[in-house]
Ligand binder design. Structure first.
Ligand SMILES: NC(=O)C1=CN([C@@H]2O[C@H](COP(=O)(O)OP(=O)(O)OC[C@H]3O[C@@H](n4cnc5c(N)ncnc54)[C@H](OP(=O)(O)O)[C@@H]3O)[C@@H](O)[C@H]2O)C=CC1
Ligand SMILES: O=C1CO[C@H](CO)[C@@H](O)[C@@H]1O
Length: 322
């Protein structure tokens, strides 16, 4: 069996400890829009880049390809127990009786026996066959307690090692914390210098919940081009790093894990070379001061039919807070 070229130890990849006592590697490979190249990107990331953390979701439609990439990496000598694989429960499955079948389907697609982390993707339930953007009536309130009890059951049955949420507002997080028996280990949120989201980061820290920053480069396609932001570019040139590395390092220095997506082998390997050096305080601060704070992905935009105006049902379930 061929040996992996890089190990996480070679790369000195840092990790963060979760409330459960498990650890999450500081950098993971994102797979949204990875398409049919996901298998190759995942294999390169793990075997050549030293990644040990992969972020995916049923909704990305790439889980079978991701699974093939993971399998190839294991075949190349990486141990499953050294990998951290995250997936997410999609909005149409947000009713208690659908949680376990959705997870089993995800495990089957990924060809895995367990997940390291299973996240509620958005705190909204979508009706079966809901169009995007949804029609009136397609967006529904979820039975949060019922769904969470099922998530807890997956941990008890060792099908997933940790559970968590994405895209929760503070109001929704507080509601969850009001009844949870198994704490959410992770809250995954959009975070980059163009959307620091300090309020949720602070609230999570206070509760010991680890934060993973998604779209750390601004998401690029249809998002915000932070790679060419003048502050990011200036700091990158000064430190002799790339803009991608500066953005990834900023996230880690804030205490969050981070999941940049790339399908380009050079950029995959570039984005993880962020250990053994620090952003000086003044540069870290300059990145924190980037103006025009706004999200790239917003629940109201994702789930509201812009042509028809806000749907009554969305107004009922969205908290109207940042
Ligand atoms: N929980 C949730 O609701 C969400 C989770 N996510 C997760 O977070 C991941 C990352 O977020 P995402 O929105 O994909 O965007 P990112 O911020 O990671 O940006 C990805 C884009 O940047 C490009 N890129 C990657 N590295 C570099 C580099 N070093 N220099 C220049 N360009 C680069 C990629 O192109 P190329 O591939 O050609 O390199 C791609 O176009 C997702 O893939 C997904 O796994 C994302 C959104 C929502
Ligand atoms: O993870 C994600 C990537 O983008 C999607 C938008 O189509 C979202 O559903 C989701 O939050």
């Amino acid at each position: 069996m061929a040996q992996a070229t890089f190990t996480a130890e070679d790369q000195k990849i840092e990790s963060f400890r979760l409330l459960s006592g498990h650890t999450i590697p500081a950098i993971g490979l994102g797979t949204w829009r990875a398409g049919s190249q996901a298998d190759n990107s995942v294999k390169i990331a793990i075997v050549e880049g030293g990644y040990r953390h992969i972020d995916t979701a049923w909704e990305y439609g790439v889980q079978e390809s991701v699974g093939r990439g993971v399998k190839a990496a294991i075949h190349a000598g990486v141990e499953r127990r050294d990998l951290f694989i995250t997936s997410k429960l999609w909005c149409t499955e947000l009713s208690p009786e659908r949680v376990r079948p959705a997870l089993l389907n995800t495990l089957q697609q990924l060809q895995l026996e367990y997940l390291d982390l299973y996240l509620i993707h958005w705190p909204f339930r979508l009706a079966d066959g809901a169009s995007r953007p949804p029609k009136p009536g397609d967006v529904q309130e979820m039975d949060m307690e019922g769904v969470w009890r099922e998530m807890e059951g997956l941990v008890k049955d060792k099908l997933v090692r940790d559970v968590g949420v994405c895209n929760f507002t503070l109001k929704k997080m507080n509601k969850l914390l009001g009844f949870t028996e198994t704490m959410p280990s992770v809250c995954q949120m959009e975070m980059h210098p163009g959307w620091r989201n300090d309020k949720m980061l602070e609230a999570c820290k206070q509760n010991g919940i680890h934060v993973t920053a998604y779209s750390p480069l601004g998401s690029q396609e249809g998002g915000r081009d932070l790679i060419h932001d003048e502050t990011v570019d200036r700091i990158a040139k000064k430190l002799n790093k790339t803009p991608g590395q500066v953005l990834v390092k900023w996230a880690i220095q804030r205490g969050t894990s981070v999941i940049p997506k790339s399908n380009n082998p050079d950029r995959i390997k570039e984005n993880i070379k962020v250990f053994g050096w620090e952003l000086p305080q003044e540069d870290f601060q300059a990145l924190c001061n980037i103006p025009d704070q706004k999200r790239v992905l917003h629940g109201e935009q994702l789930f509201v039919n812009k042509n028809a105006g806000p749907l009554r049902s969305v107004a009922d379930v969205w908290d109207h807070e940042d």
